[in-house]
Design a protein around this ligand. Structure first.
Ligand code: ADP
Ligand code: MG
Length: 470
């Protein structure tokens, strides 16, 4: 990493290698990859197929494959009449890009199209190589409700001959490790472990309240998602947790399904009008031991109004200190800025948790945050330390994610949690249901990763109670 927080782009590698600029995520279907990486055998016309043009059918007889390089059907008679297809796709194959995946397809019918090639990607855990010559005989696996592995794999489908080399198939999701994509029974076990209905699974409680400020002045790096999911994970496993939503957007309040429309008493009242926190904190429905101090849009004015208030930097610290509830954890979800609201959070906290998105520019601006933390430590809060770094939205398919992880680990050492949060669609869906991913889809990789992160944070707190408050 360079001094200014940037880092080199990963080099372009051989065939299938990617430059970060050219293809940072590779979610899209590369049309060339279709003709390069897989051979099609035209299936016998299915009853559902619309009757193709008889001329086309004559030109592209049933059973013809595509030339592996040119993409031209192998048994196309030379000089056959009619315009030649330029894409090399037989006329009665479904169009490549017309509909988004999952649209226009029943949930339990897998996409018959092979996924484009990423030659240096690991095969998905459940891929079974086909016999080199054979047509795949397996039927498409059933979609598993609630599983984020649905449609992740590329099942061989009757009637299509696929490339027998498993390394040419990749998952569309972002597997973190192969064991993270387990069978249904495993997933159910993990879900029970995470929801913990019997209360058997506990995470160690700290000796004193740990006030953690979740900060990063970049927006969209996962501060709110991290706050909500860690708080729920710890609360589900025997800890008393308070979430203070300090972002005027009120996303943490939304994620915990706590009312935060105009007129609801909120953190603004505590900061500006010195209302005690216990009067505005609301119990989070469905999660015992979890409370939330919501933020309404009123908070947007607080940055300016705080300027003229006495002890403007320590308003939140006083409010938290005066709260009689014996919390194990207080998480403060900061806005994406380094203004007075964030300063209030830094003065109130003993620990800073910085979520870092595994993307380009992730480290830019981090120096500024660290400088601010140092200033607050020198002048306002000597107990403050950056205790935890969490890597979020990790996409294993990109070398960039690896590069960012290595840089962050080299730079911050053991402050970086071993648990890494993958980019996972369940995580992003959960807030629209007013839930954390822990309750929305407890068997998903997102939930498991946040559970692991919470466990690590709890274990570290139990081991290092003295240095934490030193
Ligand atoms: P911040 O609070 O730093 O602005 P958010 O937590 O609101 O960031 O996250 C920004 C967006 O990214 C949200 O839409 C969220 O749902 C999504 N998101 C966060 N973490 C993940 C993840 N691990 N996988 C997929 N989407 C994520
Ligand atoms: Mg946020």
């Amino acid at each position: 990493m360079h001094d200014d927080g940037s880092y080199d782009e990963p080099p372009v590698t051989g065939p299938g290698g990617r430059s970060s600029a050219a293809d940072p995520v590779s979610r899209e279907t590369d049309q060339q990859g279709w003709s390069r990486g897989a051979e099609f055998r035209d299936p016998a016309p299915r009853p559902a197929d619309p009757d193709p043009d008889p001329v086309v059918r004559q030109d592209v007889p049933s059973g013809g494959g595509l030339h592996p390089v040119s993409g031209v059907p192998a048994n196309l008679p030379p000089g056959a009449g009619g315009p030649q297809p330029t894409s090399g796709v037989p006329a009665n194959l479904p169009p490549l890009r017309e509909a988004p995946e999952s649209a226009a397809r029943p949930a339990n019918v897998a996409d018959p199209r092979p996924v484009p090639v990423q030659r240096n990607a690991a095969p998905p855990a459940r891929f079974e190589p086909l016999p080199a010559s054979g047509v795949a005989q397996q039927s498409a696996p059933q979609a598993v409700p609630g599983s984020d592995a649905v449609a992740a794999d590329t099942p061989p489908v009757d009637g299509y001959e696929l490339d027998a080399n498993p390394s040419t198939y990749v998952s569309r999701e972002t597997p973190t490790r192969e064991e993270d994509d387990p069978p249904l029974a495993m997933e159910a076990m993990r879900a029970v472990h995470i929801l913990n209905p019997s209360g058997e699974v506990t995470m160690p409680r700290p000796e004193r309240t740990r006030v953690m400020c979740v900060a990063n002045q970049k927006g969209g790096v996962g501060k709110t998602t991290t706050t909500v999911n860690l708080a729920v994970a710890l609360a589900l496993h025997g800890n008393r947790v308070l979430v203070v939503d300090l972002d005027p957007q009120g996303n943490a309040s939304t994620g915990l399904n706590v009312p935060h429309h105009t007129g609801v008493p909120d953190v603004y009242d505590c900061l500006i009008d010195s209302v005690p926190l216990e009067e505005v904190a609301q119990a989070v429905e469905g999660i015992p031991n979890l409370w939330c101090v919501p933020a309404t849009i009123d908070l947007a004015g607080a940055e300016i109004e705080l300027v003229s208030v006495v002890a403007r930097e320590s308003r939140l610290a006083r409010a938290i200190a005066a709260y009689p509830g014996q919390f194990d954890y207080v998480f403060i979800d900061c806005p994406p800025s380094l203004g007075l609201l964030t300063v209030n959070a830094l003065v109130a906290a003993q620990e800073v948790l910085i979520p870092i998105q595994c993307e380009y520019y992730a480290l830019e601006g981090l120096n500024q945050l660290i400088n601010n933390i140092n200033l607050v430590r020198q002048h306002l809060n000597p107990k403050l330390e950056v205790s935890t770094i969490l890597l979020t939205m990790y996409d294993r398919r990109t070398r960039l994610a690896d590069a960012v992880e290595q840089d962050v680990r080299n730079h911050f050492g053991d402050k970086v949690l071993q648990a890494v949060i993958p980019r996972n669609v369940r995580v992003s869906e959960a807030p629209s249901y007013g839930q954390s991913v822990m309750t929305y889809d407890p068997g998903s990789r997102g939930a498991t990763s946040y559970f692991e992160a919470a466990q690590e944070i709890a274990d570290r707190g139990a081991k290092e109670p003295v240095s934490r408050n030193a």
